[in-house]
Design a protein around this ligand. Structure first.
Ligand SMILES: [Zn+2]
Length: 352
């Protein structure tokens, strides 16, 4: 039984191989930039692995076979994939893409705070009123049944967050903008601090994007350790999404010293196929076993979640073998570690 603790809206629709290659690409699409992005996407370890595994499931004509099932009944196709991988629950960050099909298994939603900030309406209000609307919206989302919040501030102004109200007021007034809207770093920072406050009070987790991401990422500002002051004595729960990869060792260490810090290995698994062993191994060098969760970061197509679950299971088995060989954990401890990673840590945190 697996809960995928981080993914986005996806849908199953017929596509040719080129469309499949591009569907789960984190780089530019061909209409966004006039250069050959297809070749690099086709030659990613991720796609080469996906192709091999889909051939394993459907045979050499995997595109045709897949499309046949999708055309026949897309919801049933997703059920088939998730059943094959053992996926029983999803935590969806609804801020990317939109719901295009029925989701055939139990899922929880996270409210992405930048959805509200980027819309720009807050900036038409006074600072105090904007703060009030922000707080009200967050509280309402939880009362509507959302399981927590998500922030992608790493894609906006980076993780060097300061909770300084004077700075927030000053930056609120500044009209400097980037492609996503107002920059207003101090204000965005302050709203993330508010989010943590509200989440603690309402006893829900906050996912924060850390580490590598897609083409919009401010990669140089995504180190998990920039969040140290924010989480040091925080008494709620923060999930460092993607384990902060390639800075996953920082995340693991922070989860070791700060009670508030959790992490998932989404995106690393499955977009870095080999890392489904090596990153798990490095994370579990030190991370307490109640802190680490499986996630896929699937978006657009369900096959990403399917592949991630398989790779994670294989990586995890290698990890268990290694720890057993070295006589580090009892067999029961290894079983608990596995149960927690794939299911129970997320079940508890997101209230399944
Ligand atoms: Zn994501």
């Amino acid at each position: 039984m697996i809960i995928d603790d981080h993914l986005h809206w996806f849908s199953a629709r017929p596509m040719n191989e080129k469309e499949l290659v591009m569907a789960a690409a984190e780089s530019w699409s061909e209409d966004e930039v006039n250069t050959d992005v297809y070749t690099m996407n086709r030659l990613r370890p991720f796609y080469i692995t996906l192709k091999k595994r889909l051939k394993g499931l459907f045979g050499d004509n995997f595109i045709e076979e897949r499309n046949k099932m999708v055309k026949d009944d897309p919801v049933n196709y997703v059920k088939f994939l998730f059943n094959d991988a053992g996926i029983v629950g999803l935590v969806i960050d609804e801020g990317f893409g939109k719901k295009e099909m029925e989701i055939p298994i139990k899922y929880k939603l996270l409210y992405r705070v930048e959805t509200l900030i980027d819309k720009g309406d807050l900036f038409l209000l006074s600072f105090d009123k904007a703060l009030e609307v922000f707080e009200e919206t967050l509280r309402r989302k939880i009362s509507e049944g959302y399981a927590g919040f998500k922030s992608i501030i790493a894609y906006r102004t980076g993780l060097k967050v300061s909770c300084d109200e004077d700075l927030a007021r000053a930056d609120f007034a500044s009209k400097r903008a980037e492609w996503f809207g107002r920059v207003s770093k101090g204000f965005r920072d302050f709203l993330l601090c508010k989010t943590l406050e509200i989440a603690k009070e309402l006893k829900v987790p906050v996912q924060i994007h850390t580490g590598a991401g897609d083409r919009d990422i401010k990669l140089e500002l995504t180190r998990p350790s920039y969040l140290t002051d924010l989480v040091r004595k925080y008494e709620g729960s923060v999930v460092f999404v993607h384990a902060g990869y390639p800075y996953h060792r920082e995340s693991a260490w922070m989860s070791y010293i700060f009670p508030s810090v959790y992490l998932d290995v989404s995106q690393v698994v499955p977009f870095a196929p080999l890392a489904s062993f090596s990153v798990l191994k490095e994370v579990y060098e030190v991370a307490p076993i109640n802190k680490v969760m499986f996630g896929s970061d699937a978006f657009r197509i369900p096959e990403v979640a399917w592949l991630a679950a398989h790779l994670a299971k294989e990586g995890f088995n290698e990890l268990k073998d290694e720890m057993e060989r070295r006589k580090l954990f009892e067999v029961e401890d290894l079983e608990e570690m596995e149960r927690r990673f794939f299911y129970s840590n997320a079940a508890r945190l997101y209230n399944f």
